[in-house]
Each structure stands twice: as structure tokens, then as C-alpha cells.
Design a binder for this molecule. Structure first.
Ligand code: SAM
Ligand code: SF4
Length: 333
């Protein structure tokens, strides 16, 4: 008799979970103002899953029908062993897994790009909020723009397709959106704009810099022809082709346009907590399950997770307190 296949991950609202984001570290070499406080208390090494544990859990997800995995953080490339993890996960490409990607701030791409390509990564997202060195330093508090630009060039030279992520910030980079679009178009990179989300305390008021993207899109539409694309890449972005520049632009709009109905994602933290929504507290401790009962307990925990996944996030930019207390770097962007 044929062995029963492991059941796919389907939540209580009938949504099939096919996309896992893994935060491989909560640490980062930058301190972007909308993401972190200047002084951060990071997790002690004893609380972090090992690279082997993360790989084991990723395997379990793939066996249950996850077809896309994104490594993120914190800054994933500051975690020692992350390219070993990429290779471990990458061995499933073409055999259960469709895509392995990474979101990075780009500071270490100059040295890591080839290892990523070797592991099977073909596409990465690089965060870049400004092309002006002083502003870049202001927004990231510590970053050096030229290092990131060199990293992006190295990644492109190694054969990686690049999507630039830009958080749209009123009064900080809103006048750079069109220049960034042209810069990306000239290099063949896609661009995705992101609304700032109320996640974690960042010292200072995010609402000061909140820029609704419906407004940005209208401004762009007065200058360019934006044709909606049906294409989705597994994430929440909506894409448009910019006819005049032969470029692609995406908008991630958690606040102005809720996208939860089509959610196919869950997020694993480096402590082994599986968060079922970026904007909610619901979580299941997969590391504890694995340690207590091995693979059967891990599978049972995944079933409990599906039953617990909430319908939608609870973000509202006008709320005084962040929607959830943990930073984006913990849950993984
Ligand atoms: N360090 C990597 C990077 O910056 O690309 C990966 C992790 S970072 C948390 C992932 C993405 O989340 C980045 O594009 C970043 O700009 C975005 N992000 C961080 N905090 C955010 C917030 N509060 N609202 C919206 N986007 C945020
Ligand atoms: Fe670091 Fe990325 Fe957060 Fe910036 S957005 S502080 S690069 S984790």
C-alpha cells in the first residue's frame, strides 16, 4: 500500500500556506529608524536555534507543501552559517521547493553573493531607502551607502536578480521615489515601495513619517503610465509596469489596502516561534515541540498553527502604541 503523503498546510479560513519566511537572526549591522531603536537588546546566543535546527524545521515545512522560503532577519548575512543553511534548504529546489530567496540590507553582498548563487538563490530583495549618502546614513543611523551600492553591483554581477525595497517615508525620502524608480529601471532592478508599519518601539513617532502609498501611486500616475500586472511573487506586493521606463514597481500597502485575504505566509523567528501573522501575537513554539517530541510533535504543532492563524492583521497607523511590541527584525520582514 502506498504511504500516505503528509497533509498540506491549510488554515481555518481555507488559505493554503505555501510561503515561509525565516528570521535567521534578530541582529543587524544597521539601525534603520523605522525598524529599530538606536540601542537594541538582542537575544543571547543560548536562545537562538542552531543552523541545523532551522534546516530541520525548514525540511518539515517543505514536506508539508511550502514551496517558497525567504531568509531574512535582522540582517541574515550577519548570521554565521547562513550560507550553509541556504545550501541545506537549496537542495530541495526543483524537488518540492520552487524558490529560495533572501532579504538583505546589502552591506555584505560584495562577499556573499557567489555563495548564495551556489546555494540556488536566484533572486534577492535589497533594502535601499535613499541614494543620497547623508540621508542613507540618517535613515539607517550607521550605514555607508557606497558599501551597499557595491554589494548590489556584486550581486548583479554574480547573476542574482534584484528587487529594491524602499520604505516610503514622509519628509525623509518621498522626493527620491521617482529618482529611485529611474535608477532601478536603468539597472534592470525592480522596485517595491513599502508603507511603514507599527511594529515595535523605535524611539520616536513613526506616524511623523508615515506616507500612504495610494497617494504616492496617484502622483506617479500623473507622470507615468502604470499598467497593473496580474503577476504575484508569493508576497503581498501588487505590481505595475511603468510603460515609459520599461520598469516594474510594486506597492506593499498593509495600511491603505488590506491584503490579508490572500495570505499564504507564516514566519519563523530565530528562537523557533512560528508567528502566524506579522501584525498579531498568535504563535506556536516549534523549537519546543521539536525538542520534546521530534518530527511527530513538530507536525502536530504545525497543525495547531494552522488552526490558530488569524484572519487579518490589526495595524492602524493612528494608534499611539505599536500594533505588536516585537520589531520587524524579530519576526522577519
Ligand atoms: N535587514 C534586512 C533588510 O533590511 O532588508 C532584512 C530584514 S528587514 C526587517 C526586511 C524589510 O522590512 C526591509 O525591507 C525593511 O525596510 C522592512 N521594514 C523594517 N521595519 C519596517 C516597518 N516598521 N515597516 C515597514 N517595513 C519595515
Ligand atoms: Fe536592519 Fe533591515 Fe531593520 Fe534596517 S530594516 S535595521 S537593515 S533589519
Amino acid at each position: 500500500m502506498a504511504e500516505a503523503l503528509p497533509s498540506p498546510l491549510i488554515d481555518g479560513f481555507g488559505r493554503r500556506i505555501s510561503y515561509l519566511r525565516i528570521s535567521v537572526t534578530d541582529r543587524c549591522d544597521l539601525r534603520c529608524r523605522y525598524c529599530m531603536a538606536e540601542v537594541m537588546q538582542f537575544l543571547p546566543a543560548s536562545r537562538l536555534m542552531t543552523i541545523e535546527e532551522i534546516g530541520y524545521i525548514a525540511d518539515a515545512f517543505i514536506a508539508r507543501g511550502v514551496r517558497r522560503i525567504r531568509l531574512t532577519g535582522g540582517e541574515p548575512l550577519v548570521r554565521r552559517g547562513v550560507t550553509d543553511l541556504a545550501r541545506t534548504i537549496g537542495r530541495h529546489l526543483g524537488d518540492g521547493l520552487d524558490e529560495l530567496t533572501l532579504t538583505t540590507n546589502g552591506t555584505r553582498l560584495a562577499t556573499e553573493s557567489h555563495a548564495l548563487v551556489d546555494a540556488g538563490v536566484r533572486r534577492i530583495n535589497v533594502s535601499l531607502d535613499s541614494l543620497n549618502a547623508d540621508r542613507f546614513r540618517h535613515i539607517t543611523r550607521t550605514g555607508q551607502l557606497d558599501k551597499v551600492l557595491q554589494g548590489i553591483d556584486a550581486a548583479a554581477a554574480a547573476g542574482l536578480r534584484i528587487k529594491i525595497n524602499m520604505v516610503a517615508l514622509k519628509g525623509l525620502n518621498e522626493d527620491e521615489i521617482e529618482p529611485m524608480l529611474r535608477w532601478c529601471a536603468a539597472r534592470g532592478h525592480d522596485l517595491t515601495l513599502i508603507e511603514t508599519m507599527p511594529l515595535g518601539d523605535v524611539e520616536g513617532d513613526r506616524t511623523d513619517h508615515y506616507l500612504p502609498l495610494d497617494q504616492v501611486r496617484r502622483t506617479l500616475e500623473s507622470r507615468f503610465t502604470l499598467a497593473p500586472l496580474a503577476e504575484r511573487t508569493g508576497g503581498p506586493a501588487r505590481y505595475y509596469r511603468v510603460a515609459e521606463l520599461d520598469a516594474k514597481i510594486g506597492f506593499i500597502t498593509p495600511l491603505t489596502e488590506n491584503f490579508c485575504a490572500g495570505c499564504n505566509r507564516v514566519r519563523l523567528t530565530v528562537e523557533g516561534q512560528l508567528y502566524l501573522c506579522l501584525g498579531r501575537e498568535d504563535r506556536i513554539d516549534l523549537r519546543a515541540a521539536l525538542q520534546e517530541g521530534g518530527r511527530p510533535a513538530l507536525d502536530a504543532a504545525l497543525d495547531r498553527a494552522m488552526a490558530a492563524k488569524p484572519l487579518r492583521h490589526a495595524f492602524a497607523i493612528e494608534d499611539a502604541a505599536p500594533a505588536v511590541s516585537r520589531h520587524m527584525s524579530v519576526t522577519g520582514g
